[in-house]
Design a protein around this ligand. Structure first.
Ligand code: AMP
Ligand code: MG
Length: 413
């Protein structure tokens, strides 16, 4: 039997490249960028005002005050028509281009318009005057020069960057209405077992409800995958062949049940028959030992196949430790594990066994150090004990009594 790190290394050796497609910007949220993005513009595209106020020659306010002629008003979207010079200014609103000849902006709050009483009837030639009073501005005050943020041709985003609302804003600014992204991996989910009934049904004797199917579909969606829900296959060769055929169309096929040593554990045999090459079967961990992994490559399509143990907690733990990193890789994030931290155990705990245990737990990261409380968990079929957990506490193999306050490695879910 191999250990967890060996299993992960083997999986890592069989990963195909993620699929890439070009999508409209509005559909790219949550995807990973599959191209380098260069700006097609200078930003800002012109020297622009950062405040509402007056564009002036800074020397005019060398002693902190000035009375200036107002040439024109430039609001956002307009362009200046006159050059500013000594004794003359223009009123410019935030975001608008500043006129030539000026080198500073004075905020509108520092201004007072002067009533012009000399002209009985103002003409187009009679201009407003304004009194400005402010600390002498340094050249460039409240002006953002063209190209300060980026120049045309600058690379602003890289392959592998996750697209969040801020990246969408930047992509829009630099003219990318469409963008190349890694596709969300398509993950087929197939529960197997003669005993399974749907959540709406009341189990009769010998039956249990299919909890893995809905749980694994949800886990795939939560981690950004597209689900192909194949429902339940009975423990018969023909039923398995039919559903597995459909599942192999996806990037990943995740089965639950039928991979341990029972007489109806047909999954590994049927997969092998269907050309899925086994990479490993059984991993040294608790819960999750029966885990099966294989690959089928044909033409330009590779399917990665996981046979997760039937017990729901084993299924979930294997999903988090092995399936999730593969989804991350196919999504363009790289083959990455869930994050791990060190946390102080909140209670005493006894372990015994030849396999490491990944124990359902709840971590509180607000404290120093973070605290981890083990869930009241009764084994690999106990989903109730999983309610409210957010972590798996890692206990190495061996026999050992842990005391409160001991530091443990904890995997964040
Ligand atoms: P198996 O590996 O198929 O023998 O399943 C191991 C245990 O997990 C058995 O007790 C099954 O009843 C249970 N089990 C298998 N599949 C599911 C499922 N989809 N939902 C809940 N429990 C399951
Ligand atoms: Mg079964």
């Amino acid at each position: 039997m191999i250990n967890v790190d060996e299993a992960l290394a083997l999986i890592g050796q069989h990963l195909p490249a993620g699929r890439v497609s070009e999508v409209p910007l509005e559909d790219s949220l949550g995807h990973v960028l599959a191209e380098e993005i260069a700006s097609d513009i200078d930003s800002p595209p012109y020297d622009k005002a950062m405040v509402d106020g007056y564009a002036v020659v800074s020397d005019d306010l060398a002693d902190g005050r000035a009375e200036l002629e107002v040439l024109e008003e430039i609001t956002a979207g307009k362009v200046p028509t006159c050059d500013v010079g000594p004794g003359r200014c223009s009123r410019v609103m935030t975001g608008a281009p500043i006129p030539r000849g000026c080198d500073a902006m004075i905020m509108i709050e520092r201004s007072e318009l002067i009533e012009d009483t000399s002209a009985a009837s103002p003409t187009a030639e009679s201009r407003q005057r304004v009194r400005l009073e402010d600390a002498p501005p340094s050249p460039g005050a409240h002006i953002l020069n063209a190209g300060t943020i980026m120049r045309q041709g600058d690379v602003v985003l890289h392959e592998g960057d996750e697209i969040r609302p801020m990246e969408i804003g930047l992509l829009a600014e630099v003219g990318h209405g469409r963008v190349k992204v890694f596709d969300r991996p398509r993950v087929a989910i197939l529960a197997t077992g003669d005993e399974l009934v749907s959540p709406e049904q009341r189990p009769q004797s010998g039956q249990i409800r299919n909890s893995n199917g809905p749980m694994l579909c949800a886990a795939v969606r939560r981690h950004g995958g597209q689900v192909l829900d194949l429902g339940v296959a009975r423990d018969r060769r023909d039923a398995l062949v039919e559903r597995i055929t459909a599942g192999l169309e996806a990037d990943m096929l995740v089965l639950s049940g039928g991979v341990s040593a029972g007489v109806l554990d047909l999954v590994p045999g049927v997969l092998a028959e269907m050309g899925v090459k086994q990479v490993f079967h059984k991993v040294r961990l608790k819960p999750g030992k029966p885990l099966w992994f294989g690959v089928r490559s044909g033409g330009d399509h590779t399917s990665l196949v996981f046979g997760l143990p039937g017990n729901p907690v084993s299924s979930l733990v294997c999903f988090e430790l092995f399936v999730r990193p593969v989804m991350a890789a196919l999504s363009g994030h790289g083959f990455r594990q869930p994050p791990r931290i060190q946390a102080a155990l909140a209670q005493s705990h006894q372990v015994r066994g030849d396999r490491p245990t990944f124990f359902p737990a709840r971590v509180q990261t607000s404290g120093h150090p973070p605290q981890v409380a083990l869930a009241p968990w009764k084994g690999s079929s106990d989903l109730r004990g999983l309610a409210g957990i957010n972590a798996l506490a890692y206990f190495p193999a061996g026999e050992r009594a842990y005391t409160p306050g001991e530091m443990l490695e904890v995997i964040l879910l």
